[in-house]
Structures are given as C-alpha cells and as structure tokens.
Design a protein around this ligand. Structure first.
Ligand code: NAD
Length: 254
C-alpha cells in the first residue's frame, strides 16, 4: 500500500504511544514523516530509525509546548529540515496527537493542573493549526486527537474531557473555513488505549479489567487501532469526510 506517496506529514507527540503508531503507519503508506517529540529525543530517534529501516523516510523535530510561541518555534525547525530535504516548506498532513491526561476529581483539580492540560491539549493545538495553515497544501488533512470521554461521562476526568470537547468544536468550526482549499478537518475519539498515558490502570488488575470491559470487544484498544483509521483519514479515500468527530473506541458504552 502506498496511499500517501509524495505526501509529508507532521505527527505531534510521535515518540511514543498513539503518535508513534501513527508515524509508523503513515510512513508505511509512503509519507515522509516529521516525528515530533516534546522532550524524549532518543525515543523519537528510535521511531525515525525504525521507519528508515523499513525503507521509509522520516526525521525528528523537537519542541515542548508550554506557551503559544512554541508553535512558531516548532515550525522554524520543521521549515529548516523541509527546505533541506525538499526545497520548500509545505506539507500535507497535520496530526495533532500530543496531549496529556489529568485524572483528578473536580474538588482536587488545582489551577496549575487545569492550566497545564488546557495549554497542552487546546492552546498548543490551536496555534499549531494556525501556524500550519500557510504551510499546508491544498487537499491537506488536519486530524485531531479527541477522546470518547466527550461522549461518555467518565468520573475524575472533567478538565481533560473539557479539553477534548474544545478539540471537537475546533474541528467542526475549522472544517467549513478550510473546505474551499480541499483541506479536511476531522477528530478521532479513542476509548481506552494501552499506552503510557494509562500506565496506572494497565498495571492494576481491576483497572485493566475496567479498561477492557469498556469496549464492546472486551479488550483494550491498541495504538495501531487508532493509527489505521488515521491513515485512512490522511489519504484521499477520506476526501468526502470533514468536520467529523469519529468514535474509535471499539464500541465503548454504546
Ligand atoms: P502518551 O502519553 O503515550 O503520549 C503523549 C505524547 O504527547 C507524548 O509523546 C508526549 O511527549 C507528548 N506531549 C505531551 N505533552 C506535551 C507537551 N507539553 N509538549 C510536547 N509534547 C507533549 O499518550 P497517548 O495515549 O499516546 O495519547 C495520544 C493522544 O491520544 C493524546 O492527545 C490523548 O489525549 C489521546 N487519547 C488517548 C487515549 C488513551 O486511552 N491512551 C484515549 C483517548 C484519547
């Protein structure tokens, strides 16, 4: 399969978890992948190495998201590499995957924790898209990682779920604004996926069972369950889909 031959993708938070699986999958489809990382340069280098060993093309680009200015800083780094490799700065696919969880009851949620989850999941995504627009080619793709917690009320994750609600609204709002360029904007809503974000649940017997029983299939989602759908959304096969928040939760709580 090579649905993404000639395309260039930026995947944020791609050094591990879902982002890593997405980077590997898009590269397998033929895209050149910018593997973004926040702090773990070595893990991102491993992803790049794995892609190259499989005959794909990738490079890493680092930037921790703390303030809005960090989006511009990320693109400065990306621009440099793209100019070296391709002679221009444009790319085709932006996967806004980087994000943090926050498990805390509303009574226990501090302002600092609230700001951190909002800044990473909402503010960084907003400004990454803003700065991407002049660089994204027509018929491009913006794919945002949301969460099934926007549909299913899960106790203890109110602030986190609010960030993903904002992502859904952003997705809908931008879709009509970018349609004249053939750019689609969609969000994916995973349920429980077996990644480091859920380390505590995965390591606890009752937590593991809780996560598995959430899905209609009685198992935890794997990062590849999300990456495969992302590859479809990144391809031209999805050209008639925009402004959608797509449930990829293995039929959780239907
Ligand atoms: P993860 O913790 O394994 O990976 C998150 C990635 O985001 C990491 O690479 C991390 O470095 C990066 N990141 C976090 N904060 C950052 C910051 N301030 N600056 C730069 N990079 C930063 O998590 P995951 O499970 O792979 O989740 C990926 C996305 O999917 C997230 O947006 C998450 O909210 C969403 N999601 C995950 C699940 C799940 O069950 N794992 C469910 C629904 C949605």
């Amino acid at each position: 399969m090579s649905r993404l031959n000639g395309k260039i993708a930026l995947v944020t938070g791609a050094s591990r978890g879902i982002g890593r699986a997405v980077a590997l999958r898009l590269a397998k489809e033929g895209a050149m992948v910018a593997v973004h990382y926040g702090t773990n340069r070595d893990a991102a280098a491993d992803v790049v190495r794995q892609i190259e060993q499989s005959g794909g093309e990738a490079f890493s680009v680092g930037q921790e998201f703390v303030t809005a200015a960090n989006a511009a800083e990320l693109y400065e780094g990306l621009d440099q590499v793209l100019e070296q490799r391709t002679g221009q700065r444009c790319f085709d696919i932006l996967v806004n995957n980087a994000g943090v969880g926050l498990v805390a009851a509303i009574e226990e949620t501090t302002e600092n924790a609230f700001d951190q989850v909002m800044n990473t999941n909402v503010k960084a995504t907003f400004f990454l898209i803003q700065q991407a627009l002049p660089r994204l080619r027509d018929d491009g793709r913006i794919i945002n990682l949301s969460s099934a917690t926007t549909r299913i009320s899960l106790p203890g994750v109110a602030a986190y779920s609010m960030t993903k609600g904002a992502i859904n609204t952003l997705t809908l709002s931008l879709s009509t604004q970018l349609a004249h360029r053939g750019i689609t904007v969609n969000a994916l809503q995973p349920g429980f996926i077996a990644t480091d974000m859920n380390k505590a649940l995965l390591q606890d017997e009752s937590g593991y069972k809780f996560g598995a029983e959430y899905s209609s299939f009685g198992r935890w989602g794997e990062p590849s369950d999300i990456a495969d759908v992302t590859a479809f959304l990144a391809s031209s096969d999805s050209r008639w889909i925009t402004g959608q928040c797509i449930d990829v939760s293995g039929g959780s709580h239907l």
